[in-house]
Ligand binder design. Sequence first.
Ligand code: UT7
Length: 329
Amino acid sequence: MRQNQRASITGIGSYLPGKVLTNYDLEKMVDTSDDWIIQRTGIKERRIVENGQITSDLATQASLKAMEDAGVYPHDLDMIITSTITPDHFFPSTSCFVQQKLGATRAGAFDILAACAGFIYAISVGQSFVNSGAMETVLVIGAECLSTITDFTDRTTCVLFGDGAGAVIIQKSSAKHEILSTSLAADGSQADVLIMPGGGAKTPASVESVQQRTHYIHFRGKEVFKLAINNITSMILETVNKNGLTIEDIDLIIPHQSNLRIIEATMEKLGLPMEKAFVNIDKYGNTSSASIPIAIDEARKEGRLSKGDLVMLVAFGGGLTWGSSVIRW
Ligand code: UT7
């Protein structure tokens, strides 16, 4: 019977660190204001790690909730895939630390790096493992400690980012939320518009690289802003066509939470009301690849997802990379 089933999301969990950093806190750190941040981004506060918490800790907490939701035990996991741009270390992968923390001794483990679109890339890989029959149970995580690569002296970036994690279990199922399709795209010619320049092979860590503050997120905000709206809108329309649907068939869009104005402009271009978009950026800011799984979990808890609904996940970020996924709830 399992042969006729397709890869589905059978469990969901999320975890946010307890410390809240409000816009008022940021007013004391840089020349900014609560008004400016809300008007330009929609963000009121974000969560920040403390007491030595790191990405694999957030990932593990979110995973435990997703596993409990799916009724899955650590020894059931065949593979752990973590999407992150803030791994515990360059290597080994954060997934290996999660594997150890969960005691998932049977599972393989590796990370995916596709920045803010990373969770969609990771879902796509997990879905393929499961649909091909190569694996039965895959844990897909989006987890970030963006506060560790945020320059809290730079007002143009530090107001945007936060920490958090979300996770899903992918298995074959007919009862749960089938992943109908995923689409992925990239444009490496625009790599420098959103980048952490320091720390890699091109600019290894040195006194100069630290003094020049290269180990932080750098972006050209206005360019990213426009590219995000255009690429997300096109991808949503392509995905809808690919699935033989119309845009009106989509019940809820769960976008990467990068900026409320990006989400509003995208919905306007699509001719859809804002009620069809899930937004929680006000509470968490931009958590990169964690934002979509956190949002799925919250949308579900808020009763925004009903059986049979068509849900569109869509994300855009550094690379440039972007992607979408349609799920039949
Ligand atoms: O997930 C993908 C990653 N996300 C991104 O890369 C972000 C995409 N871009 C954005 O979200 C927006 O471009 C920002 C929120 C970053 C900036 O919004 P904007 O409307 O494009 O503002 P701006 O950069 O054009 O700046 C407008 C003004 C400038 O002052 P002047 O030149 O007009 O005097 C900035 O210096 O706002 C000033 N400004 C600030 N003022 C108060 C920039 N940052 C701040 C700040 N507080 N935090």
